[in-house]
Design a binder for this molecule. Sequence first.
Ligand SMILES: [Fe+2]
Length: 127
Amino acid sequence: MTKRNETYKCNVCKNVVEMTSEGYGELVCCGEKMELLKENIPDIQNAHFAFVENVDDIEKKVVIKHVMTPEHHIEYIEAISNDEIFLKRKYLKVNEPCQMNFKCECKDGFYIRLYCNLDGLWTTKQF
Ligand SMILES: [Fe+2]
């Protein structure tokens, strides 16, 4: 069974999918079961750690100090409220700053998740 916001990867063709609705089926790509990606937790020294600052009362700015080369980069950043009713995703381009602004009152807090093309899925939960 799948759950909303889970991320799956095909280890053959490298397709990545994120669940928007739960189901009982098994995800298959290229004839094989897709891998449920584990959310790694970075420490503050890790290049996948998300730094968040307040722009104003509801706007936040996320910055990740990660390289953005064609070979190694962050593909997208997500801000997800802890109650999982709000999600903003920004797709990034190589050689551009690894950052995102978003507006969320998120009374119960939020977390930042990102996907690195080489190192997988990372979640910073401190907000
Ligand atoms: Fe990385």
